[in-house]
Write a new protein. Structure first.
Length: 258
């Protein structure tokens, strides 16, 4: 077996039931809003090809993007005759516009680049229909939770999102220090614009502080209190208490930041 590279956050998942479940979530048809089957899957970090095997049974074509040169070279040998394209490269630099058909994305991704990968997938010019990722459980919980973060607001602006099965750490080789969880994102057009996210960024500069203090300088404190009152916001509200529609209302009331 090819050894893991700690620097790349490699942990092999071998439980076939879980792998099949991830692939099934990626291939689910009813979620796309039409009877058209999505035939292409881009897999992030295929590694030894355990998830690749499950994906190849459900998609007409799998494009596997692998950063590790050893693994990228060895992977095609495991699937002779299969419609598998292996790309040796960084998913953050992958050109999604080359994919002409509708596609989905699946993968067991390294914890340390979870946010950049999600942001890349949701902002690329040709976005996937669906994204199914195995990520750190704590991060998955933060994304789907009612208590918002900058990342959760970013995701919910561009996708319907929900959490899938939890995968215990001992299912991996080597075992990571924490459990993982599947997260499913069905993409859609952004619900709010960039101007709202300028305000969100400002509001989250100190996430634990009262929002009214983080927004100091945009308006006088008395003006902000008046805006909060008109919008029905508690003066002690913190950034994580507001949802996307709240931030849109707040931005409308405060005005342009650019």
């Amino acid at each position: 077996m090819v050894g893991t590279k700690k620097s790349l956050g490699q942990h092999w998942l071998k439980n076939r039931v879980i792998l099949d479940e991830i692939a099934e979530l990626a291939a689910e048809e009813s979620a796309y809003g039409s009877s058209e089957k999505v035939k292409v899957c881009i897999e992030i970090g295929p590694g030894l090809g355990t998830l690749t095997s499950s994906l190849l049974r459900r998609f007409d074509k799998v494009i596997a993007v692998e950063y590790d040169d050893r693994l990228a070279e060895n992977l095609p040998k495991s699937f002779p005759g299969k419609n598998l394209e292996v790309v040796h490269g960084d998913i953050l630099e992958f050109d999604f516009t080359n994919i002409k058909e509708k596609y989905v994305v699946a993968g067991n991704i390294p914890y340390y680049i979870t946010s950049p990968i999600i942001e890349r997938l949701l902002t690329t010019e040709k976005i996937p229909e669906r994204i199914v990722l195995l990520i750190q459980k704590e991060v998955a919980e933060r994304i789907v939770d009612e208590k918002e973060t900058q990342l959760s607001l970013f995701v919910k602006n561009r996708a319907d999102v929900w959490a899938g099965p939890v995968v215990k750490r001992d299912e991996f080789t080597p075992s990571p220090k924490v459990d993982s969880q599947v997260i499913i994102m069905e993409t859609h057009k952004p619900l709010v614009g960039d101007e709202v996210f300028l305000l969100i960024k400002r509001g989250f500069k100190a996430p634990r502080k009262k929002l009214i203090h983080n927004l100091a300088g945009l308006k006088s404190e008395s003006e902000l209190r008046d805006i909060f009152s008109k919008l029905g916001f508690d003066e002690n509200v913190r950034p994580g208490d507001l949802h996307l529609n709240d931030w849109q209302k707040l931005q409308n009331a405060i005005g342009s930041l650019s």
